[in-house]
Design a protein. Structure first.
Length: 128
């Protein structure tokens, strides 16, 4: 006995529905202000690369200080974007951009001691 609406008929319908949803979302307009986030992110990616000085990345104190000031302008622009009407997906994008900026800030502010090759002694309590 055959089922009137078998699995063979259901699978193509389900596949078509699954493929139609992303296509419909791609055609939907992005929320107001989202283009500003995309532009800001593109500019951020360019800014993130360290400036080159004498053929090498410039991590001098003066450059880091200047870039910290520039970072604040990026943060101000990010927070100025009105996300109150944005869907969750778009707000997550904004949170990811904010997280990248926080990471940049962390690595600029937290000094890293150079590795001197020394290992803690056994029984010193370090690393235990």
């Amino acid at each position: 006995m055959r089922k009137p609406f078998g699995l063979r008929r259901l699978l193509p319908v389900l596949a078509a529905c699954v493929l139609a949803v992303p296509a419909a979302r791609a055609d939907a307009e992005s929320p107001a202000g989202y283009d500003a986030l995309l532009r800001l992110f593109a500019e951020w990616r360019d800014f993130e690369h360290p400036p080159i000085r004498d053929g090498a990345p410039d991590y001098s104190v003066s450059t880091i200080t200047r870039r910290q000031e520039e970072l604040q302008t990026f943060r101000d622009r990010l927070e100025a974007i009105d996300t109150s009407a944005w869907p969750v997906e778009a707000r997550v994008d904004q949170a990811l951009v904010r997280a990248e900026m926080n990471g940049f800030d962390f690595y600029a502010r937290v000094p890293r001691k150079p590795y001197n090759g020394m290992q803690p002694r056994a029984g010193s309590g370090v690393g235990s």
